[in-house]
Write a protein that binds this ligand. Sequence first.
Ligand code: PFF
Length: 445
Amino acid sequence: MSDGESGGRGGFRTDLGFVLAAAGSAVGLGNIWKFPYITGEYGGGAFVLIYLACIALVGLPLLYAEMIIGRRGGKDVLDSMSALTAHAGTPGKLATWGVGLLAVGSGLFILSFYAVVAGWAVHFVAISVGLAAADASGSEATFTALAGNGGLSAWWHTIFMGLVVFVVAGGVQSGIERACKILMPALMTILLILLAYVGITGGLGASLAFLFRPDFSKVSGEAILEALGHAFFTLSLGMGAMVTYGSYLQSDRHVVRDQLAVAFLDTAIALVAGLVIFAVVFSMGAEPGAGPGLVFITLPDLFARIPGGAFVALAFFVLLVVAAWSSGISLLEVVVALGIDRFGWSRRTAAIGIGVLIWALGLPSAFSGEFLDFMDNLTTRYMLPIGGFLIALSAGWLLGKEDREAGFTALPGGGAILAVGWTFTIRFVTPALVLLVILNGLGLF
Ligand code: PFF
């Protein structure tokens, strides 16, 4: 077994380490910031059901596809794809380069704005421990003073990028695996403490009803497409993050089990975060449909009024930073792996060099909310779905049967039926659904 850092390109030391790192990538701002607010906007329970269906039909098949491409290809996204299509003797050049370029572009662009939003969360941690001042006129003013202050946003963005580069430069085992083995249990512990808190202080019943009692009158075509798009973002799909992490796996044996664990953790954490947030919202008689400001404006406002609110605020924003940190790590790692595998850079040079580039790309987002939204839309609505579309088609049609089905073949009993079901889904169902997301992004519906 390779020991990860010395010689070779490294790999995860344990299977649990892989699951925690991949779940760390998946669980991020998407779960704790975005999922609750879009669920609030689209009316709760029915949206949650649609979202779960999207995870099953698009998320799971693509998650397996990405992990198996990385595991069997054994390199960064671009080189894994080209090795596997060469192995199968299929004409994969266009798809390989398409996926590779989109992956690098998405890694750079997403992390550039993601780090700005994560930086805001770091600022709220600083406020919670009294290191930074909140605006006396309330939480809306506090957030506006932060988001509207480019220098201050850029400062926290810089701190967050430093945290991400620090871990990635440390290597797969000593950096990423070690960090995620601490960060993920910490995240789950904080979330459970918060859940216990709302369980005691109230609001949980209303929150449960909101999330799990579907009201289908609220379902619209737009809600379905939003849920589908979010399934991508939340599972880190469409840009090779899971390909890259899969390439650090030592065997095919647990790919199927691991991908189920990652999807389960991601979904469970989003739901529990939603439960906690809406419990606070309902217990204080606030509105669930507050939009993107839910976490940065509505919640701080409520935290200021609930018993033990300062402590709850601190726990919540540490949770947000931890979640964003382990996701940021995977975003940087996609590009760093490519620098190492394709260009032969040292890990440290790649992590610092690419980190500085992303930091610079993030400055316009720190100074302009419109630019941040533009980057968010460009990547979430177009780049990730197009990347996912190409990955689904490549996995379904360009890979050899042996590589494609390796995770299923490794199951006790040979997994033949699962392999047939997956192959059909990834060839036809997933690409068709993803195409819908893309066409919707282009405004064709
Ligand atoms: N999955 C992350 C979230 O839900 O916040 C975002 C993300 C991370 C997207 C890594 C893509 C990626 F490669």
